[in-house]
Design a protein around this ligand. Structure first.
Ligand code: MV4
Length: 444
């Protein structure tokens, strides 16, 4: 691998460029008209404009991105997260264009993109799944029968969904027909696919995910869990590892289940297996994310493994240089996502010019960001502008580091969620580790 085109923007583009520089790989940034002065555009060895501000015409424009790779002689493309990162068509076109897509194969992305199919595969592979329909439900009568059997409340989900779109909880038989039609309709509109499935609703679960690495030679390792329960409207706000709900025995069991998921699908690259954990510590496979994730740094802090570099080495056909027993889990890491938004106006995004900036630093503090003093945050993209990642020997030390980091943080000129993050970090239930996915709704 000689030259990587980064088909993304913002902090993840910068994160990938940094990994490439340390590996002596040349970098090509692509940027939209709005991102002419963006940090990723400036940091890469070369930068090429791929279209107007609207993502559909630039960061989602497959033709322009492939052309940019040809023009610059890039031999591979890193898709980052969001945008084209889980687009199987894009992975396929890269391959057909003789460009290495840094991620799993197009076929595996498709397989895992269909949530009811992937659930069936996991059930057959011996991975625990939530009781519900075998695959998709074809008609309302079938949905009613299954709901009666497993008992209310149940949840209806779009097979093509994931991450929170196209789901509905059904509390009683009075609601099921209406909900069935609603989810089917929403799925058709959002994903152009009206396949849906049904499962038992688990009240107030924890969202726990396992990071994996899988090379093209059959070697698979897991890098432990991340607790992503602190989220609002399916947007994660704070993530940590280890989880206060997971002990070593459960970590090993969930890690082994995640490796089964990988082996059952022939998955390669880095990836994340999402589980729900109920209040009795039962865990269930939910879905697999076939990309590098926003919260990957906390796992890097706790394991010392650079996940982006490993992802690139795997794409280059290298073998993993460590086995499961070589991986040591040490200390505690927490990430806060800093967003340009007004938390008093229903978290309304708040783009604009940064007129003063102080980013925290010091021992055990890492900032992944693409902002700088004088930078104007464009209104077209995600509102996340920085990630504060702290690392300490214990959870209490990590919390103390996050508190003082948020105190040091100054971003003038725009509204941010800093104070809201601060409220969570100081919350007694958060400090006790006593929370689940309902935490933010409860404090708001
Ligand atoms: C569930 C669930 C409870 N029971 N499935 C939300 C996003 C999508 N990935 C699946 N989701 C859920 N599925 C069953 N059977 C609760 C959620 C859920 C959730 C999951 C993870 C993190 C935050 C969440 C917030 C609300 C609901």
């Amino acid at each position: 691998m000689n030259k990587i085109l980064i088909a993304n923007r913002g902090e993840i583009a910068v994160r990938i460029i940094r990994a490439c520089k340390e590996m002596n790989i040349k970098t090509v940034a692509v940027y939209s008209e709005a991102d002419k002065d963006a940090l990723h555009t400036r940091l890469a060895d070369e930068a090429i404009c791929i279209g107007p501000s609207d993502s559909n015409k630039s960061y989602l424009n497959i033709k322009n991105i492939i052309e940019a790779a040809y023009i610059t002689g890039a031999d591979s493309i890193h898709p980052g997260f969001g945008f084209l990162s889980e687009n199987s068509q894009f992975a396929k076109i890269c391959k057909e264009s003789n460009i290495k897509f840094i991620g799993p194969t197009s076929e595996v992305i498709d397989l895992l993109g269909n949530k009811s199919n992937s659930k069936e595969i996991m059930k057959k592979a011996g991975v625990p799944v939530i009781p519900g329909s075998d695959g998709s439900v074809k008609e309302i009568k079938e949905a009613i029968l299954i709901a009666e059997k497993i008992g209310y409340p149940v949840i209806l989900k779009a097979s093509a969904g994931g991450g929170g779109k196209g789901i509905r909880v059904v509390n009683s038989s009075d609601e099921i027909e209406n909900c069935y039609n609603l989810v089917k309709h929403e799925s058709k509109i959002s994903f152009n696919d009206d396949e849906i499935y049904i499962e038992k609703y688990i009240k107030n679960p924890r969202h726990i995910e396992i990071q994996i690495l899988a090379d093209e030679h059959g070697n698979v390792v897991h890098l432990g869990e991340r607790d992503c329960s602190i989220q609002r409207k399916h947007q994660k706000l704070i993530e940590e590892t280890p989880s206060t709900a997971i002990d070593e025995r459960l970590r090993n069991k969930m890690g082994e289940a995640a490796i089964k998921v990988v082996k059952a699908t022939g998955y390669t690259s880095c990836g994340t297996v999402e589980f729900l954990v109920d209040s009795n510590k039962n865990f269930y496979f939910m879905e697999m994310n076939t990309r590098i994730q926003v919260e990957h740094p906390i796992t890097e802090m706790r394991t010392g493994i650079d996940i982006v570099k490993e992802q690139i080495k795997i794409a280059a056909g290298e073998k993993l240089k460590f086995k499961q027993r070589d991986i040591e889990f040490r200390g505690h890491s927490i990430e806060c996502r800093v967003c340009a938004e007004n938390t008093n106006q229903n978290f309304l995004p708040c783009p604009g010019k940064i007129t003063g900036l102080n980013l925290p630093g010091g021992n055990g503090v890492r900032i992944d960001s693409a902002i700088y003093d004088g930078y104007t945050i464009p209104p077209y993209y995600d509102s996340m502008i920085a990630k504060i990642i702290v690392y300490g020997a214990t959870r209490n030390e990590a919390i103390a580091k996050m508190k003082r980091s948020l105190e040091e943080l100054v971003i003038d000129g725009i509204d941010t969620n800093r104070d809201f993050l601060f409220d969570i970090i100081r919350n007694p239930d958060f400090i006790r580790g006593n929370f689940d996915t309902s935490f933010i709704d409860k404090i708001l």
